[in-house]
Write a protein that binds this ligand. Structure first.
Ligand SMILES: Cc1cc2nc3c(=O)[nH]c(=O)nc-3n(C[C@H](O)[C@H](O)[C@H](O)COP(=O)(O)OP(=O)(O)OC[C@H]3O[C@@H](n4cnc5c(N)ncnc54)[C@H](O)[C@@H]3O)c2cc1C
Length: 418
């Protein structure tokens, strides 16, 4: 195992004294080897977390993570970073709560500050239907051991004074509140896992697109990439919005649609919002970054596509919705907008599964809400890849559920988007 210096206050002082000449690269950029035990396609959070837990939990370290662009340049670096675990179904609560718990200690575990900020996530109920839905989730969460609360409009006002409680169109009737939900720095999550994987001797190869998946007698033998052919015993496909494309390379189809989901940030302003608020009826969600920008999540495009751009109509709809709920933001200027390609299943739940090709595994379908699940998903996927069997977290999320009609319906708890 390669040893890198630990990040610490002592290291900072030492480097300050010697003109910052002693820092090592956070991860190596090797050329790919001819063969690996496991190849993972996609260096987003889920692919990197899978590699990390393969090494940490299962001692599988002859691993390559192949990325066609740059590390974390997919949805992992494009999302609005909301972390919560208040889902409806038991299977979802288990994996999202496992992930949330792993986020609590991620900075210490990986020796990398991922800026996890459990500032609290509030999901506003603005119709009676929504209020009943959130009360139902709250009841389910109590049974599941997930700490959430259904709170009154007065409590909403106390937690977030800038919300317009009374309307105009949709008064706030209550909210589902998860006090240990929050945010983390998205790039840092990818960088932290990459550094830890590199430290275990794994290869993270950027600018290395997989163009073909090679099989023999129904079993994977390798991949062809822009940097040559690579053999492998096992292959994990973890490419979010490109899952359909990768599955086609391996010769099977997925029940997935790819659409662009958009987000935007405002100019920076003084601190005014110290929690995350999701207003699903009017369709928008908002938090304030450490730099002071309001981070605003918009909607998904209404048609399937592979675009990573924002669009004006989406900004207009999202901002109009949010101004109703937060009138004080009406004069803010918006700075940037962008999109990411999200992979949507019909039941709004992920797929962590074996596939029709032996030793090819797939992790996808996290759609609009998979940043929060990165550590839990990596944990579950690593177990599946290492043992060729899903463990307790992954078992409900197999591909076979679509054939059996055994959906894990999260269309309400998945909310507007996250
Ligand atoms: C605007 C927006 C806001 C969001 N907000 C939230 C939120 O607040 N909270 C939340 O929990 N989730 C949110 N999400 C969802 C979340 O970002 C994703 O579910 C999650 O990041 C998916 O991670 P991933 O590692 O699976 O995919 P990605 O990060 O997309 O990584 C997949 C990687 O695979 C690579 N790849 C694809 N094809 C190939 C190939 N052939 N060869 C090699 N590499 C390939 C891609 O380049 C990419 O880097 C949001 C998403 C978007 C777009």
């Amino acid at each position: 195992m390669k040893r890198r210096g630990r990040y610490s206050a002592f290291a900072l002082v030492r480097e300050a004294m010697r003109g910052h000449t002693g820092w090592q690269k956070a991860w190596e950029s090797p050329l790919p080897s001819r063969k690996y035990d496991v190849v993972i396609i996609g260096a987003g959070g889920h692919g990197l977390a899978t590699a990390y837990f393969l090494g940490k939990n299962h001692q599988v370290r002859n691993v390559a993570v192949l990325e066609k662009g740059w590390l974390g340049g997919g949805n992992t670096g494009r999302n609005t970073t909301i972390i919560r675990s208040n889902y409806l179904q038991d299977a979802s609560a288990a994996i999202y709560e496992k992930a949330r718990q792993l986020y609590e200690s991620m900075s210490q575990d990986l020796n990398y500050n991922v800026m996890f900020s459990p500032r609290g996530v509030m999901m506003l109920a603005q119709t009676h239907h929504e209020a009943r839905g959130y009360q139902r989730i709250n009841n389910a969460n109590i049974v599941q051991g997930v700490s959430t609360e259904y709170i009154s409009p007065d409590q909403v006002r106390k937690l977030c004074p800038i919300i317009s409680i009374d309307g105009p169109r949709y008064p706030v009737l209550g909210a589902l509140w998860q006090s240990r939900g929050g945010t983390a720095r998205h790039d840092a999550v990818a960088w932290a896992y990459a550094r830890a994987c590199s430290q275990m001797g794994m290869h993270i190869v950027e600018q290395c697109e997989v163009n073909a998946i090679r099989t023999r007698n129904g079993r994977v033998v390798g991949v062809d990439t822009g940097k040559g052919s690579i053999d492998c015993d096992k292959l994990a496909i973890v490419v979010a919005g490109h899952s359909g494309v990768a599955a086609e390379m391996a010769g099977f189809r997925l029940p997935i649609e790819s659409v662009a989901l958009q987000a935007l940030v405002s100019e920076p302003i003084k601190p005014c919002l110290d929690i995350v608020v999701m207003a699903n009826t009017v369709h928008g969600y908002i938090s304030q970054s450490d730099k002071g920008e309001l981070v605003i999540g918009g909607g998904a495009d209404q048609y399937n596509n592979y675009s990573q751009r924002g669009s004006f109509h989406n900004v207009e709809e999202t901002v109009r919705a949010l101004v109703e709920t937060f009138p004080i933001i009406s004069r803010l200027q918006m700075l940037r907008q962008w999109g990411g390609i999200v992979d949507m299943t019909g039941d709004r739940s992920p797929i962590i599964s074996k596939t029709p090709v032996e030793h090819v595994y797939i992790n996808c379908g996290w759609g609009t809400g998979g940043f929060k699940s990165i550590p839990g998903s990596g944990w579950a996927m690593a177990e599946l890849v290492a043992s060729d069997q899903p463990g307790i977290l992954a078992a409900p999320f197999g591909l076979e559920r679509f054939g059996e009609g055994r959906f894990i319906d999260e269309s309400v708890a998945a909310g507007v988007a996250h």
